[in-house]
Design a protein around this ligand. Structure first.
Ligand SMILES: [Zn+2]
Length: 90
């Protein structure tokens, strides 16, 4: 599938350090991942979201699939991150 190939490329381009930080934050359960913000039409100069409204891990924690959304297939980093420790006060 074309979209899968595209996602793989973007994952490789990310810094490993950033990935480690994201994992650490996720494990602290201070961070919630909300709607997907990946622009699927960026290749044609447009703007189209996939409509996914919440990250759901596609696999077990510690595996590569754990960073992939089960509903939209995008990497977790494409999802809006809500960090309770930063700026958000209820
Ligand atoms: Zn998505």
């Amino acid at each position: 599938m074309e979209l899968d190939e595209y996602n793989k490329e973007e994952i490789i381009e990310m810094h490993p350090q950033m990935e480690a930080t994201a994992l650490r934050l996720a494990n602290s359960s201070e961070v919630k991942y909300k709607e997907c913000l990946k622009n699927h039409a960026v290749g044609i100069g447009g703007h189209a979201l996939d409509g996914c409204c919440g990250f759901m891990a596609a696999g077990e924690e510690g595996t590569l699939d754990a960073l992939k959304c089960a509903s939209c297939n995008c990497h977790r980093n494409f999802h809006l991150k809500e960090n309770k420790g930063e700026g958000f006060h209820y």
